[in-house]
Design a protein around this ligand. Structure first.
Ligand SMILES: [Zn+2]
Ligand SMILES: [Zn+2]
Length: 400
């Protein structure tokens, strides 16, 4: 596997996470280049460029040094920086700090890491795609009894408006953009590099209009379903790390035409937070004065998820220490949530009600109203499809 350093990956991990042979970060088929990160940021360029064609791994002993992430991103803007952190989905503050310092992903999930590496290494550039097309053309031509080889197939290539990485095919830019840049500010009022269409929001435009599977529909129903998801055991709440650096928010979003209210929030919790949830009650029903939007806020709890094998074999230090301290470590199957960024979100995190005060929030009212409400055992309405308030506000949407 050969990766030019501009397309390279740096995994920041603490020493105990990575053994001599790659340790917990061993990945079949990938050559790991593990070494201590230079303490001096001035040596970083040589370190970054010193091993082209390899997956780079930095081992950071002791405390996280986020200034090194900042410097690395300055030196190599297109490098994919992953913070490998045992508390990736339990440490909301360091998730934010890592992304603000230039990390593209914060994870401790081997399956998500493998998926990220597969996506990153699938982005090979327009020149490689053109060479493949030419080779395929030659093979096809040879098969068709000696027709002349078609030569180089023209392949349009684009540069990423965020990091400047050039030579991407259209489908590669569509793939690259959210994976690398979903936590950065969106580009507004710009021309799309692919179709030259002037757009108010480039991320949304690329996702909807340049999806290789076909253009997506932009259906907004004005009906929204949100969920306050409380984890039994330690009582932590699930928050989505929202796009565009907007901080955290409760999972949820627009209910699609033909979808039920519960179906909508279950789908959104999966897309935005990577969590399977079970809705257990209703907190509130709301609508705008003019009726342009209506919404329902549910209370829910996580359902256990299948675990990646490496995580099951090696409990994280935090859960081990929690168990050693006599606390009830939350079941790993209930902890697992999203750490692979995509167009929906940068990931998700579990937080205590007390932690909410210090966290950046996309909108303050929903989390700060309903998370303390649920934490304090406030009143919850039953999931009754015939409840008059429900059928009055949503005569056109089934509850379940
Ligand atoms: Zn980019
Ligand atoms: Zn376009």
């Amino acid at each position: 596997m050969s990766i030019p350093y501009e397309h390279g990956v740096v995994v920041f991990a603490r020493g105990e996470e990575v053994g001599a042979s790659g340790g917990a970060l061993s990945l079949p088929g990938l050559e790991l280049f593990s070494q201590q990160l230079p303490a001096d940021v001035a040596q970083l360029r040589g370190w970054v460029t010193g091993a082209p064609g390899r997956l780079l791994t930095a081992i950071v002993a002791g405390a996280w040094d986020f200034s090194l992430l900042v410097e690395l991103r300055r030196l190599a803007p297109a490098v994919y920086v992953i913070l490998w952190h045992a508390d990736a989905v339990e440490d909301a503050h360091n998730r934010i700090r890592a992304f603000q310092s230039g990390a593209r992903m914060v994870s401790h999930d081997h399956e998500h890491l493998r998926e990220a590496l597969a996506l990153i290494t699938s982005i090979r550039g327009a020149a490689a795609a053109a060479a493949d097309a030419a080779a395929a053309g030659e093979a096809a031509a040879a098969a068709e009894a000696g027709l002349a080889a078609p030569g180089t197939v023209a392949q349009l290539s684009y540069a990423c408006p965020w990091c400047g990485l050039s030579g991407l095919t259209g489908p590669e830019l569509w793939l690259h953009q959210p994976l690398y840049h979903i936590y950065e500010l969106d580009k507004t009022k710009v021309d799309c590099p692919m179709c030259r269409h002037h757009t108010s929001r480039l991320t949304r435009h690329i996702n909807l209009r340049h999806n290789p599977a076909g253009p997506g529909a932009d259906e907004r129903t004005g009906v929204y379903a949100l969920a306050v998801v409380r984890r039994p055991g330690d009582g932590k709440f699930l928050l989505v790390q929202e796009r565009y650096g907007e901080g955290y928010w409760v999972p949820g979003g627009g209910v699609d035409p033909g979808e039920s209210l519960v179906g909508g929030v279950v789908r959104e919790a999966w897309e935005e937070a990577g969590a399977r949830i079970k809705v257990t009650g209703i907190l509130t029903l709301e609508s705008s004065h003019r009726g342009s939007w209506r919404r329902i806020i549910f209370v829910a709890e996580p359902l256990p998820q299948p675990l990646p094998t490496a995580a099951a074999a090696a409990p994280s230090p935090s859960s081990a220490s929690a168990a050693a301290a006599g606390g009830s470590a939350p079941d790993a199957a209930l902890r697992r949530c999203k750490t692979l960024p995509d167009v929906e979100s940068a990931g998700a995190c579990w937080v205590t009600a007390a932690e909410l005060e210090g966290l950046p929030l996309r909108c303050v009212s929903e989390p700060r109203t309903w998370i303390p409400w649920v934490a304090d055992g406030g009143k919850v309405m039953a999931l009754d499809p015939a409840a008059p308030e429900l059928t009055k506000l949503f005569p056109d949407y089934p509850l379940m």
